[in-house]
Design a binder for this molecule. Structure first.
Ligand SMILES: [Fe+2]
Length: 182
């Protein structure tokens, strides 16, 4: 198991607001992702990866301008994906870096969606490929980083309402719900 807490503490000051929000959020997501991973019968090494990558998946927030969660960088919030990928690659963790980059929407976003919605991301597909990546991206949908709602798990219905603007993602979420549960 990689010492993920030392990486978290390297980028987020443990006495900061961002750290408190970060740790609660990623711990909730990790708990759910591991529960799903175990239910799916994933192997020990896969579960270990899920734990590590989940705990690090949002590390890029530190580079974004998101004062509501205590982050005072310069990038728009969505760039926490690319910033996280960069950080984890630098830490020598290319597979964890993939999770930082693709835990968005339901199983990632297509180039067409990024272009069509004028999202501040490079114009290329960022899609979850492995089962570990899919489970993490899915579990992340259930928890927000809103300081008022950090501990609250969203319901299936609530997530569906949020996904209504992207019908193809809504369909995939319904499919994954059948497979993964909650
Ligand atoms: Fe997250």
């Amino acid at each position: 198991m990689i010492p993920y807490f030392s990486i978290i503490e390297k980028y987020l000051n443990p006495t900061s607001k961002a750290f408190r929000i970060y740790v609660v959020h990623v711990t909730n997501v990790t708990h759910l992702a591991l529960k799903i991973g175990k239910r799916l019968g994933l192997k020990e090494g896969q579960l270990e990866f899920i734990e590590e990558a989940c705990m690090l998946h949002d590390i890029g927030i530190v580079k974004t301008n998101s004062p509501e969660i205590g982050c005072y960088g310069e990038l728009p919030y969505l760039r926490h994906l690319t910033a996280g990928r960069k950080i984890l690659k630098k830490e020598g963790l290319p597979l964890h870096a993939r999770v930082a980059a693709n835990h968005v929407g339901v199983g990632g976003l297509s180039k067409e969606t990024i272009k069509g919605e004028k999202l501040p991301l490079p114009h290329k597909d960022i899609l979850c490929e492995t089962i570990e990546e899919k489970v993490i991206s899915y579990a992340d949908l259930f928890y927000s980083k809103n300081p008022d709602n950090l501990w609250r798990k969203k319901s299936y219905e609530e997530i569906k309402v949020k996904l209504q603007k992207r019908p193809e993602q809504l369909g995939l979420f319904e499919q994954w719900y059948e497979l993964f549960g909650e």
